[in-house]
Write a protein that binds this ligand. Structure first.
Ligand code: GMT
Length: 379
């Protein structure tokens, strides 16, 4: 198949899923065309089946807000026509699904029917999409998609309850490449960070308010009062400066390191003992799955799709959003030397259930279904 993939090319979960999906499909022999405004973060190697098309955005001074969606739709039209794509797979509803709808309508005028698959990732539904500013367009463009997928049962239910959706939504969970995300031997790194055998807690995110990084720091501070521990924070975003200030206020700075955005996050995860994800909302929790694949147990909230990943008392524990004390109690339980190895083993076993090799066929099945149905529509 010749597939156009549209996504946010950043470190965010939806962009990561889209890029890893494209790479895996390319390895299986499909021709994949990424259409984005900059090279996706994880698209950093050559494969004969991979193509990248950059969306140029005009900077004409009249535009207070450059019309990215129009530039994207035009690029989709161009790529579909000249690369003879079979379908478009857009990740994150806003503005990708609506741009795809526009591209589809333009192409229909030219006698081409291009089916569109939209994957809902989370905040496009739970935060941004629900905002009255976007809601009508989100509802319309989901309903106009030929196929719709969501990354968890919870996100599917949220979508049905907040939008008037007439389409079937297929749940396809996030996945993991176990060749890339596996525990690596990084003893030198561990002893540099934890020279006295401290336990290492890790959090990775885009530092948006929804991630509640302040709870990560509060949990860490209370854990450290009981046992020697260090905290690594990976990623960057709007809350980072506030979080650095909070560390100073709590006098935890010496034991906390902000590492910023990292390409090889699996190297940090390889030396971690516990992953913290105290999110307010989380449709799936890809960052937690990456940690689990590196044998790291999980302390998370029970928000959104997290109960579909984290098994209470087995791979980690879940608490109510904001219940720092419960998270601390559970973290201390897991970090006991006689408990930790079992939790680590269980985390890896659970991650294996989301092996990309098991999940990829579900996307291929959706593509095949929409192609079959669209052959009828085109006729
Ligand atoms: O977590 C974010 O803020 C980034 C966001 C995105 O769309 O890039 O992630 C969402 O999509 C991921 C991949 O499907 C999911 O694993 C995350 O749980 C989801 N984030 C939220 O729902 C907050």
């Amino acid at each position: 198949m010749k597939i156009g993939i549209v996504c946010y090319p950043t470190f965010g979960g939806s962009g990561v899923v889209a890029t890893e999906l494209g790479l895996a499909l390319a390895k299986e022999g499909h021709q994949i065309h990424f259409i984005t405004y900059t090279q996706p973060a994880r698209l950093d190697f050559f494969n004969e089946n991979l193509f990248y098309h950059e969306v140029d955005i005009s900077n004409y001074p009249l535009f207070q807000y450059p019309p990215y969606e129009l530039a994207l739709a035009s690029k989709m039209v161009n790529v579909v026509k000249y690369e003879k794509l079979d379908l478009l797979h857009v990740h994150y509803a806003i503005p990708h699904a609506s741009a795809a709808y526009m591209a589809k309508q333009i192409l229909i005028q030219e006698g081409i029917y291009i089916p569109v698959v939209t994957t809902l990732h989370g905040t496009d539904i739970t935060l941004v999409g629900r905002d009255a500013t976007y809601e009508p367009v989100v509802t319309f463009s989901i309903n106009q998609s030929d196929g719709v997928t969501a990354v968890s049962e919870d996100l599917k239910m949220e979508t049905y309850s907040h939008f008037k959706i007439t389409k079937d939504i297929t749940v396809i969970p996030n996945f993991i490449d176990l060749e890339k995300f596996k525990k690596q031997k990084k003893d030198h790194f561990k002893s540099a960070i934890c020279p006295h055998g401290e336990k290492l807690l890790v959090h990775t995110s885009n530092f948006r308010p929804v991630k509640r990084v302040q709870d990560v720091i509060k949990v860490f501070q209370k854990v450290r009062e009981k046992i020697p521990a260090k905290l690594l924070l990976v990623g960057d975003g709007p809350e980072r400066i506030k979080m650095e200030a909070l560390c100073r206020e709590m006098s935890t700075c010496t034991d906390v390191r902000f590492l910023g955005k990292l390409d090889a996050v699996e190297e940090v995860l390889s030396v971690a003992d516990l992953f913290l994800m105290p999110s307010d909302k989380e449709s799936f929790g890809l960052a937690a799955l990456e940690a689990m694949a590196c044998e790291v147990p999980l302390i998370s909230t029970n928000a959104g799709g997290l109960p579909e990943l984290n098994i209470q008392g087995i791979t980690g524990f879940m608490s109510e959003v904001g219940d720092v004390d419960d998270m601390v109690k559970n973290a201390l339980y897991i970090l006991q030397d006689d408990q930790l190895p079992t939790f680590k083993k269980n985390a890896l076993a659970r991650a294996k259930e989301f092996d990309i090799k098991k999940i990829l066929p579900h996307y291929v099945a959706v593509y095949e279904k929409v192609l079959e149905e669209s052959a009828v529509k085109a006729y």
